[in-house]
Design a protein around this ligand. Structure first.
Ligand code: GLU
Length: 493
């Protein structure tokens, strides 16, 4: 069988880390099976639609670097891939169900039933909520010929699916096993086509999955309540349903569904903060799925090769921001100088430290700084703060910030002056030689090494925590470091 899976977002919000997990599992499954991964835009909810969300979807996946084989932007044989361009198909199919006696026109104008139609929109939560609005099936037994005439004459109506009045509907979930619903518990006769001719999520979703040849539906568990209804529709059309696989939920540490309360959830926020796409992909791929024992780090290619639906967990996954940070550190450490420079440059530029198109000399400084910060950066966005001193003269520190514990200003000044002398005397600014000289000097002055380094670090970098000091001094150059030291010595006078 040629596997075809789809990611079917509704562009009603920014791409969320949980939705990216759904997309990623679909992609990995497709790749692992040599199948196709399809993007379908489920944009039937026009009230919450925004072009900006569509743009965000494209930007997010271009950045992440795993992309669909078929979709609105790349085309494909099963298009159009945007539901709002397929309205004719949905009307035709709803009509077909009416003609087969599997669906019916409903003319009820009662406010409560209008409400039902409205909430049977595109969200799972709405689908669940709407089961609270029990429709009384008033129009189910209208004479079909009469109803058809009324509809044709322009009387406002919706089209509703006939849910069998008794019996059960069951389906096999690849992950959760056999699931059975009493038909009496299925939303009584959901709307398929709204009075404005727009399809509901259920109609469009089922028609499209069928027409697009989708073989496996992998989606969030919150869609389980919609599944029996969809099965009833497949049956009504006489179609073979795709295999279903409802993915485990993604929870916050407190056991509630992951949301803004727990931290960032929009992919954009992670990106801005300076997470690497490799870290996000690696971590998200592990939310509810295992690959090989004893390994944490997987490239996208590894994941695509190793993904098995049988290795997806039933239990919910817990999103651990600390673990994600660890992954980020791992991928930052693994970057070569030129790659890491390219990644941090936009952050340095937007902090105003370098030009948007860095000059050759700026580029050289950035490259030189990479070995110093590679081990320390948690996020790319940490770079401007720790590298500021390379591009900007730090404010001259106040005396109290340069006086090591148990010393006074006069001793701190002596220590700083000794450090200055050692730097000037050093033939080169190599770390090992400098450190030996500083150590010896400290000992002869009855000081600890840190007592000399601390005021020097403040003077040159303006901070108590900086990248390794000798390397930093080498990078800014003595011609820049010495005047900073001199100003600091003045303050300690
Ligand atoms: N449009 C739905 C969503 O936003 C798709 C659900 C499904 O995959 O069937 O998640």
């Amino acid at each position: 069988m040629d596997v075809r899976v789809r990611y079917a977002p509704s562009p009603t919000g920014l791409q969320h880390i949980g939705s990216v997990r759904t997309a990623l599992f679909n992609y990995l499954f497709a790749r692992s099976m040599g199948g196709k991964f399809i993007l379908r835009l489920e944009d039937t909810d026009r009230s919450r639609y925004s072009d900006a969300y569509v743009q965000n979807l494209y930007d997010t996946f271009s950045w992440l670097g795993f992309y669909w084989d078929e979709g609105p932007d790349v085309g494909g044989p099963a298009g159009p891939y945007i539901q709002s361009e397929r309205f004719g198909l949905y009307r035709e199919h709803a009509q077909r169900l009416v003609d087969m006696g599997k669906a019916y026109y409903c003319f009820c104008t009662d406010k409560r039933q209008a409400e039902t139609a409205r909430t049977e929109g595109d969200e799972a939560t709405d689908a669940q909520a709407s089961s609270g609005f029990g429709y009384n099936r008033a129009c189910r037994n209208l004479d079909p010929v009469d109803a058809k005439r009324r509809a044709a004459s322009g009387e406002p109506h919706v089209i509703r699916l006939k849910i069998p009045l008794d019996g059960t509907t069951s389906f096999h979930d690849l992950l959760l096993g056999d699931i059975e619903w009493k038909n009496a518990d299925v939303n009584p006769d959901p709307v398929l086509l709204k009075s404005d001719g727009f399809p509901t999520y259920h109609l469009a979703n089922v028609v499209d999955d069928h027409l697009m040849g989708i073989t496996h539906v992998m989606r969030a568990q919150e869609w389980i309540p919609s599944a029996p209804l969809h099965m009833i529709m497949y049956e009504a059309f006489g179609w073979t349903p795709p295999a279903l696989c409802h993915l485990p939920m993604v929870l916050g540490q407190d056991g509630h569904k992951l949301s803004k309360r727990h931290g960032s959830t929009a992919v954009d926020e992670f990106r801005t903060k300076g997470y690497l796409k490799e870290a996000l992909i690696n971590y998200v791929a592990m939310l509810g799925c295992s690959y090989e024992d004893g390994r944490d780090l997987y490239s996208l290619e590894d994941l695509a090769r190793l993904f098995r639906i049988e290795h997806v967990n039933k239990a919910p996954a817990v999103f651990d921001y600390v673990k994600l940070e660890w992954f980020n550190g791992q991928y930052i450490r693994a970057k070569a100088d030129d790659e890491l420079s390219a990644l941090v440059t936009p952050y340095l530029a937007s902090a105003g430290l370098v030009s948007a198109q860095p000059t050759d000399s700026e580029r050289a400084v950035i490259m030189g700084a990479m070995p110093l910060v590679r081990e320390r950066l948690k996020y790319l966005s940490d770079a401007p703060e720790s590298l500021r001193f390379l591009f900007r003269e730090p404010a001259v520190p106040p005396a109290e910030d340069m006086i090591p514990k148990k010393l006074d200003a006069a001793r701190a000044r002596e220590a700083l002056a000794a450090g200055r002398e050692l730097l000037v005397a050093a033939g080169s600014l190599e770390h090992d030689a400098l450190e030996a000289a500083f150590r010896a000097k400290a000992e002869s002055m009855g000081l600890k090494l840190g007592d000399i380094l601390m005021p020097l670090r403040m003077a040159v970098t303006g901070t108590k925590v900086s990248p390794p000091l000798f390397e930093s001094i080498k990078l800014v150059g003595l011609e820049t470091a010495l005047p900073r030291i001199d100003k600091a010595l003045e303050v300690l006078r």
